[in-house]
Design a protein around this ligand. Sequence first.
Ligand code: FAD
Length: 575
Amino acid sequence: MASRKVLIVGGVAGGATCAARLRRLDEKAEIVVFEKGPYPSYANCGLPYYTGDIITDEAKLLVATPDLFRARFNIDVRPEHEVVRINRKEKRIEVRDLRRETTCWETYDALVLSPGAAPVRPPLPGIDLGGIFTLRTIPDSRDIRAWIQDTNAHQAAIIGGGFIGLEMAESLAHRGLQVAIVEMCDQVMPPLDREMAEYVYDRLLRNQVSVRLGDPVARFDGANGRVNSVVALSGARIPADIVILSVGVKPETKLAREAELEIGARGGIRVNESMRTSDPAIWAVGDAVEVRDVVTGEFSLVPLAGPANRQGRIAADAICGRPARFRGVQATAVCGVFGLTAAITGVSEKRLSQANDSDYEVVYLHPLDHAGYYPGAKTMHLKLIFRRSDGLVLGAQGVGEAGVERRIDVISMAIQKGSTVFDLEEAELCYAPQFGAAKDAVNLAGMVAANVVRGDVSLAKWGNLPHPDAFLLDVREPGEFKGGSITGATNIPLSQLRGRLGDLPMNRPIWVNCRVGQRSYIAVRILQQNGFDVHNLSGGYSTWEVWYPKGLPSVKEGATQEGVTGVQPTEDRAA
Ligand SMILES: Cc1cc2nc3c(=O)[nH]c(=O)nc-3n(C[C@H](O)[C@H](O)[C@H](O)COP(=O)(O)OP(=O)(O)OC[C@H]3O[C@@H](n4cnc5c(N)ncnc54)[C@H](O)[C@@H]3O)c2cc1C
């Protein structure tokens, strides 16, 4: 006799994890998983690489089959079964067998919803032309592969430069297609702050991917029912014989809405900390739910595999009476683009600034991933965001060719544990020359930030350049300065600084830079102790290069720099 009957809607990340955990906790439960697609438990995160022929064997994407679920877990998994209605009062669901075209009702003691999120298909003119795809399932990736092969497609347009868009760009380039990305924001990878996304943008261009930013798609044009170009709002036409839409996902909440479960302000199913919905017999997990953001405390939608898996486990624990609690999300994510890794955790600076939060600071670093004397060291670019008043770590972003995800993972854990920059200073991390440095990038980030919180150094804000009052001081060597400098900066090398204090103004703020921020920090300490009003430009000239990729906007002859804003017009960046 079964202890309880648990029905699960959706058999991939959250649903399959929940089912397997349930069985481990309750050998007697009857567990049935309904999956409307043909495959349960497949690796959707691997799909971009399958379409791009980087993964060539489709079978490798099938993590577990219904037979395996039956044999190993005694779980009844039913593919091609769609749940179409929930009757909460009678605790039963209506299920349609898509193969046989029959319907039946199944009762439950507990119901788990893990229906995921559907790719957005914007209702633009031409959207129904052949050759315009979204990517969510194995059949989607088969369709994309078949279209490329059958039509001999050689020009692809990717709409949306987020994680999936970038993965698709790389994958289709790997297949030999010419790829263009069209993105409505003024940057790729919108979760990153714009200057950090600049590294990714640059890497795309270097790999012959053309990128059009700040120019939303207006329509798709075609002939004989097939797409042949994408037309942007500016009128620009991007030729394309295949289009991939990767403009975001929308939580699948139809079942929940029709059953009148509570839906949150962001459009996801509202759940409590044990993933229970507004109905005590129904749980919900994964892309379909809203969960609290660890840093901001607000509800948010975070369509990522890690949270979906953890939530599936927690729902199973809760159903079995264990005191499980989901801690919230930080949106920790990583993406690989042509050998570059971009990773993020916690809150971004733009989100804080949109929320008018002024109690935060950011520092930039450009450390090597491992000791410089050991062959193969690569520079990485890190941005750490922390609360100015007490040093609480709020977020971090990293881009580089090696070691980035490790640093962001460490900082992610720090955020989850409510750590401060002082904790990062003290973090004890693995070190041998080929893996890191005795002062690891995470320690360095903590030290640089802790200097700010302790008041040992004050920071100037890159976004405030050009500044009408600031005296810009570059303390690099003359050879470095000649190779490129911040517009309007004066060069006094650090080694000469103590002897040339008289060349510096006492009545103006001095903003100091070097190459990455280390020599400028020493200069700041010298000048501060000599009574100057001095501020560090964090990350130095290396940060300038991404904040103002083409320098400051040109100033018309005769005009002062006052009132000139520092951001490049987006049209300039369309490639
Ligand atoms: C191409 C791609 C790449 C990705 N890459 C990454 C990555 O690298 N890293 C990362 O963290 N995340 C990635 N994700 C996101 C990640 O896959 C999702 O966050 C995760 O799968 C969500 O789990 P879920 O259980 O909520 O939904 P899903 O895994 O999408 O599963 C939901 C399932 O429910 C089924 N379903 C829906 N409604 C019904 C119904 N009424 N009846 C029966 N079945 C139903 C659907 O068919 C679907 O199979 C990627 C997603 C995609 C599409």
